[in-house]
Each structure stands twice: as structure tokens, then as C-alpha cells.
Ligand binder design. Structure first.
Ligand SMILES: [Cu+2]
Length: 285
């Protein structure tokens, strides 16, 4: 019996350390999922960092509550079973206890609500944007449009690479695309997200946004990161047969490289200014 317990304890410790190793390894990969990852992806924007911290905060709260309830159950089973407590108490009310179990949950909820609303405000209030990109979800790929008044005036499709092509490009399979969305680092990027056919969802975990792409409705979100790199996401709303094959790849480059890319892309994607229009971003309230 005793060895049994220690065997299990050793297994649990082994499992836990494997998980921790997993997160340690995962931390070195940014902008994409990592093997054995159990945590959220490493955040690179203010919003993503807030989501990360909020998640950790709620995990602490639910862990304490779960352990408390587990402790209560064990205590009640031991202390108040028929053998240990043959004549049960007939108490039905206890004012102090009732106040406590009303006030404490309220405090817990307020403790969750305050950071939650602060996060919501940060996500919803779009700061004055430097670059606007229109994102159109289609069955089953994404189209990105850059407005003319920002040096764009073109749009292009972003299609998933085959496994072989992704391997050739040194990128992860099922996430690499032919034409990435390119944006400058250190600038506020506003995204106007819409669906062309069914509802899709434009989501990049490390950049901290997930916005539904709904036909007939223009949704807005934003991100800003100082860290250059390639960030992957996926369509996150079940949208049909090839839902799993419409990844998102956003390349954040220096402003100089971005300007150079704009000029090149304008030629490459056969500019058609008339076709690319974006709405004015609603002023942040
Ligand atoms: Cu989709």
C-alpha cells in the first residue's frame, strides 16, 4: 500500500516536471504553438500581456477555491460521518456563516470583474491608428487590403502553404502562408475584420486579439508590438470543410522595411485603388 502511494507520488512529480520542462521549452518559441505547451503563447502586445496576467490571476483564484472545497469535503466526510458523529446537529441557520458565504463570493467576483473590465476597455478602445488593414475571411483563406491613402491601394489573398513548401521555407506546417500580412513594429495597427461568406474569426494568440469576421458587419480590433517577428494564428470559428486550413501569418518588421515592402507589394499585387476602401475607424471613446 505504502509503496503504491510513493510510486504514484513519483509519477506525479515526474509528470509535473515534464510539464514545466514543456513550458520552459515553449517559452523559447514565440508567435506559434510549441510542443508540450500547457500555457498560453508568450504575449508580445500590451493586450496579450494583460490577457496572460488575467488568466494567471484567475487560475490562482480557482485553485484556491478548488482546494478549499476539496478540504471542506474531506473534513465533512471525516468529521460528520455516522460513526464519528452519531447525533447530528439540528442547526438550520447561522447568521455569521450566511453573511460570510454571501460577502466572500461577492469580493471574489469583484476581484475578477475589476481587471476583467480594464482588459475589455483596453481591447475595445482602439487608439489612434498608424496603419489600417482590412481583413476579409473567405472560405477558406484570408484576404488583406491596404488602403491607398496609406501608401497601399492593393489587396491580396493569403493561402496556406503545402507541408512540403512550409518545410522548404523553414516554417511550421499548417501555419505558413504564401503572402503574409506585413505591418510595422512600434505602430498601432487597426484591423477591420469582415466575412465574405460565412462567419470566420481572425485570431493571433501572441498578439492578443480574436475578432469575428461576420458577413455584413465591420468589426474592429487592434494591436501594437515593438517586437519584430512572425506571428501565427488560425481561423477560430468553425466555418466549413477547410476551416483548419486557413492559417494567419503576420510579419512585424521595422518601419523602413515596411515602407520598402509597401512599394514592392503595390507592384506585385497589381494596384487597383478603386477596389480597396476601408471605413474610418470609429473614434475611441
Ligand atoms: Cu474560417
Amino acid at each position: 500500500m505504502k509503496t503504491h502511494f510513493w510510486n504514484r507520488a513519483a509519477l506525479a512529480v515526474l509528470g509535473l516536471s515534464l510539464c514545466l520542462m514543456g513550458t520552459a521549452e515553449a517559452a523559447s518559441v514565440i508567435g506559434q504553438p510549441a510542443a508540450w505547451e500547457i500555457n498560453l503563447q508568450q504575449p508580445v502586445t500590451e493586450v496579450a500581456q494583460f490577457i496572460y496576467d488575467m488568466h494567471n490571476w484567475v487560475v490562482v483564484i480557482i485553485t484556491i477555491i478548488s482546494l478549499f472545497v476539496l478540504g471542506l469535503i474531506i473534513y465533512v466526510v471525516m468529521r460528520f460521518n455516522e460513526k464519528a458523529n452519531p447525533t447530528p446537529s439540528r442547526t438550520t441557520h447561522h447568521t455569521g456563516l450566511e453573511i460570510a458565504w454571501t460577502v466572500i463570493p461577492i469580493l471574489i467576483l469583484v476581484g475578477i470583474a475589476i481587471p476583467s473590465f480594464r482588459l475589455l476597455k483596453l481591447q475595445v478602445q482602439i487608439p489612434p491608428s498608424d496603419v489600417v488593414v482590412k481583413v476579409i475571411g473567405k472560405q477558406w483563406y484570408w484576404t488583406y487590403e491596404y488602403p491607398a491613402d496609406q501608401g497601399g491601394g492593393f489587396g491580396f489573398d493569403s493561402i496556406m502553404l503545402s507541408d512540403a513548401d512550409a518545410a522548404k521555407a523553414g516554417q511550421p506546417r499548417m501555419l505558413a502562408v504564401d503572402n503574409e500580412m506585413v505591418v510595422p513594429a512600434g505602430k498601432t495597427i487597426a484591423l477591420q475584420v469582415v466575412g465574405a461568406d460565412v462567419i470566420h474569426s481572425f485570431s493571433v494568440p501572441s498578439l492578443g486579439f480574436r475578432m469575428d469576421a461576420i458577413p455584413g458587419r465591420l468589426n474592429q480590433t487592434w494591436f501594437k508590438t515593438d517586437r519584430e517577428g512572425l506571428y501565427y494564428g488560425m481561423c477560430s470559428r468553425l466555418c466549413g470543410q477547410n476551416h483548419a486550413y486557413m492559417p494567419i501569418a503576420i510579419r512585424v518588421v521595422s518601419p523602413e522595411k515596411y515602407t520598402a515592402w509597401l512599394a514592392e507589394a503595390k507592384k506585385k499585387f497589381a494596384a487597383n485603388e478603386d477596389n480597396v476602401k476601408v471605413a474610418a475607424i470609429a473614434a475611441a471613446q
